[in-house]
Design a protein around this ligand. Structure first.
Ligand code: KG4
Ligand code: ZN
Length: 388
């Protein structure tokens, strides 16, 4: 089965085409045929985070070129001499999907005039969680594509995508033993999830305020580093450890000792702000030392809570997913802590942050069970939860 995945929940416009087969975990096989991604991060830099209406506009501009790039990579972008009249009729019919996306409507109409239907069996699109204005652009585009190509739609939970892509590697699903604990750490989410079975989720803890990625982004901004802050903090922190810089100030490890599985990161940015406010002019070394302390504070809390969940649920596998799972220091600390088990799975670094391959993969597992959704029921849900 060939699945086209579409991702627009935050500031990455992604489209991917995968070919997948198998109905179980062992016989599952997949191949990425095309994977295109356009990041808007630079545009959002001056806002220090994602500016929703700007994200929406950019997705509208980028979706058709990104789709074309993914299809081109797959060798599935086929120019056609279409019957003009019937094509114009189709273009007219997709109009209602783009009531609020005029630019996208125009680009997509041009696309339909020039290119025929590729070999695609299903369209999977992120329905949430995420920024609703951004999600809607991808959803409306998916609906129009599904209509034009006459293929079914699958609604994908973005967080499920992050979990699945941590296990789907080298064309197969890596072996896992149940139960598993998943730690989801992204720009908008921080959750601990218990999985007694593959793809059956029970959220056992979440952040009460800022997400882990947000803590990286906000600390970075205070230190004077551009958005997205995670990779920037990581770079300075690695340099600080290498140079053995004195630690400087100590930051809190919020809720480390509390016995829930919840997190709270908003106190961290307040503490970072206090330090920075006292600097006057911070030197490069002061910045690196603070970046290191911020990274270590966040990772300490994530690791301690995951460890507690592993003990409580006797987990045999730990899966870490979401943008923050790209963090090198986090990976090292988790690998060291669990070197004698449980087995820890991370996504390959290129698939840790948002992408459409993870949406196509999650979409496949639902399409395979015929869990399709009608266009009229498919809606964006900014707060969509992981459910059974
Ligand atoms: O999953 P993701 O790409 O988007 C959301 O679903 O939110 O996660 C983005 C987040 C951002 O906060 C970014 O700063 C963080 O992931 N991030 C990192 C690293 N790479 C991305 N955080 C720490 N270290 C990294 N290397
Ligand atoms: Zn994400």
């Amino acid at each position: 089965m060939r699945i086209l995945g579409i991702e627009t929940s935050a500031d990455e416009t992604g489209v991917a085409l995968i070919e997948a087969s198998g109905s179980g975990e062992e016989d599952f096989r997949y191949k990425v045929l095309g994977n295109a991604l356009l990041s808007q991060a630079e545009l959002h830099t001056r806002y220090g985070g994602i500016f929703p209406n700007l994200a929406k506009r950019e997705h509208g501009r980028n979706l058709v070129p990104v789709l074309m790039e993914a299809l081109r990579q797959a060798g599935a972008l086929v120019a056609v001499e279409t019957d003009r009249a019937s094509n114009e009729e189709l273009i007219e019919k997709i109009g209602p999907f783009f009531e609020r996306e005029h630019e996208l409507h125009e680009y997509f109409s041009e696309f339909l005039r020039a290119y025929g239907k590729p070999q695609v069996d299903c369209i999977a699109v992120t329905a949430g969680p995420g920024l609703e204005p951004a999600l809607w652009v991808g959803i409306n585009f998916a609906k129009a594509l599904a209509f034009a190509w006459n293929v079914p739609l699958v609604a994908v939970n973005h967080l499920e995508g992050h979990i699945i892509v941590a296990r789907a590697k080298d064309g197969i699903l890596a072996r896992i033993d149940s139960p598993a604990i998943a730690l989801l750490v992204s720009g908008g989410h921080t959750e601990l999830v218990e999985m007694q079975e593959w793809m059956r989720y029970r959220t056992i803890g979440a952040t009460r305020d800022d997400a882990a990625g947000e803590a990286f982004d906000k600390s970075a901004r205070l230190i004077g580093l551009p958005y997205p802050g995670g990779p920037q903090i990581s770079k300075l922190a690695n340099a600080a450890r290498e140079a053995n810089l004195a630690r400087g100030a100590e930051l809190p490890r919020p809720m480390l000792k509390d016995d829930s599985f919840d997190f709270s990161f908003s106190g961290l940015k307040t503490a970072v702000k206090k330090i920075v406010d006292n600097w006057g002019h911070g030197t490069a070394d002061m910045k690196s030392a603070l970046a290191r302390e911020a990274e270590e504070a966040i990772v300490d809390v994530l690791l301690a809570k995951t460890k507690r969940a592993v003990e409580e649920f006797n987990a045999k596998t730990v899966i870490v997913g979401g943008g923050v799972s790209a963090n090198e220091f986090l990976r090292k600390q988790f690998a060291a802590e669990f070197k004698n088990g449980p087995h820890v799975l991370f996504p390959s670094p290129e698939f840790a942050t948002d992408n459409a391959v993870m949406i196509a993969l999650a979409g496949y597992f639902h399409a395979e069970k015929k869990e399709f959704i009608g266009a009229s029921e498919l809606r964006a849900n900014g707060n969509l939860r992981l459910a059974n």
